[in-house]
Design a protein around this ligand. Structure first.
Ligand code: SF4
Length: 432
């Protein structure tokens, strides 16, 4: 017999370290939703870090929800039951707010699927004073919020850590929905879509935006944390059922100094910021005490000053999942004792196309780094390429095949896996 979703959730909860159970009485209830499966959501440091941060606040109880597996969705729909929260099994409409953390545009339909499964109205205009406020945060909120704007009461643009107190205060403010939204529109980074009326051209471009609520800000600026050493976003949550199995994830950097022309992460997290090695050392010690592996997170860890000092001589198992192909990677690969997989991203097969996208790595860099990885104790080398980049020709595609053959000929050790993605122009990049 198939297990029910509630049974599955219970088993997952039992295998976690760091889940929080709080009495909801007298507290602001926030349901934090990842619009993809448990496995994907729990691999996301932003999501698990926000869960830890919200639950560290006395007046808040934060529970989670994930997109159920297909057969569980079918069962909820067939039995006309509703999606409930992960920790206490409460219906989502019993929370004061439902906060979606959206990392990928492909998850936009899942946001609506979850609202439907929770039996909550899709459109902001159809929800009233007794419904929870629906908020969108995460990278997609500051990359491309408009496709979901009609469904959201609030979109938070940027990095939430420094605004979290004001945000929670606004969500918990007394009164009807419009009053709460007015109070939230004064919080840095909060975009209240219902306070604006956009006009679209025939091609679907926004040509004019008028304010409906005169006191709403004319421009909503992305907020970001100036000093990453003071960030309070760390995850105390770990599970064996995720990409980063039983791993303590530590953010080393935010933003990337390279700004490759296709890459949204290289543009929307500006300015690039690093945390001091001594701050990371403290967190590494926390992980060691808990007997967990350490996963260092950064868009381009190779550029982290002091990376070798961090990895050196500590009685901790580190995991680094991606490296930029460069001379600096050599030292890092030598220090990784073992590992399942490390990826590098040449993106294009030919030097001409790598120059067009400003990847700033040479074929020698790619070959040298690949050889080191293949000859090390790392079992798998993942290579990421893109097809459909601007100015691409058939020769550029053929060059991918040639490059992969050259890499394979460097060593018989290890496996190589390829990912070929289709280029999609992203907002805020030169290829927009
Ligand atoms: S592709 Fe990698 S190196 Fe380039 S900007 Fe993005 S994160 Fe940085």
């Amino acid at each position: 017999m198939r297990k029910s979703l509630i049974q599955k959730n219970r088993e997952l909860l039992e295998s976690e370290k760091g889940a929080v159970f709080k009495d909801p009485g007298g507290r602001l209830g926030i349901c934090l939703v990842y619009p993809n499966t448990y496995h994907v959501g729990m691999s996301n440091l932003g999501f698990t870090g926000l869960y830890t941060l919200l639950n560290s606040m006395d007046g808040v109880v934060c529970e989670r929800v994930f997109l159920p597996e297909k057969n569980d969705i079918d069962r909820i729909e067939r039995t006309r039951s509703r999606l409930v929260s992960f920790e206490s099994g409460r219906p989502l409409n019993s929370f004061d707010a439902i906060a979606f953390s959206v990392s990928f545009e492909n998850d936009y339909p899942n946001v609506l699927k979850i609202l439907g499964l929770a039996k909550i109205g899709y459109y902001s205009r159809d929800r009233g004073d007794r419904d929870p406020l629906i908020i969108m945060g995460g990278p997609c909120a500051f990359i491309n919020p408009e496709p979901l704007a009609d469904f959201m009461d609030v979109v938070f643009i940027g990095e939430a850590e420094n605004e979290i107190d004001d945000l929670v205060r606004g969500l918990g403010s007394d009164g009807h929905k419009t009053g709460r939204l007015k109070s939230l529109s004064g919080v840095n980074g909060c975009y209240i879509p219902s306070f604006y009326e956009p006009t679209y051209s025939e091609e679907g471009k926004i040509i004019k935006v008028e304010k409906i609520y005169p006191e709403a800000p004319g421009v909503i600026k992305r907020v970001y944390v100036n000093d990453l050493n003071k960030t309070i976003l760390t995850s105390r949550l770990s599970t064996p059922h995720t990409e980063f199995k039983d791993m303590y994830l530590i953010e080393a950097m935010r933003g990337c100094p390279f700004s490759c022309r296709f890459c949204v992460a290289g543009h929307v997290y500006d300015p690039p910021r690093q945390r001091k090695p001594e701050v990371l050392t403290e967190e590494i010690e926390n992980a060691r005490e808990k007997g967990l592996k350490v996963g260092l997170i950064a868009p381009s860890l190779t550029e982290y000053r002091g990376i070798t000092g961090l990895l050196d001589g500590k009685d901790v198992h580190f995991s680094i999942t991606s490296l930029r192909a460069s001379k600096r990677s050599a030292e890092i690969v030598k220090m990784l004792k073992n590992g399942r997989s490390v990826s590098i991203a040449p993106e294009a097969g030919s030097q001409r196309l790598r120059d067009v996208i400003k990847k700033k790595i040479s074929e020698d860099d790619i070959l040298e780094t690949s050889e080191l990885i293949l000859k090390s104790n790392i079992k798998n080398l993942k290579l990421y390429f893109m097809a459909g980049l601007p100015t691409e020709t058939q020769e550029d595609i053929d060059a991918i095949i040639e490059l992969v053959k050259k890499i394979r000929s460097l060593s018989k050790k290890g496996t190589i896996s390829l990912t070929l993605s289709i280029f999609v122009p992203k907002p805020f990049t030169p290829f927009q």
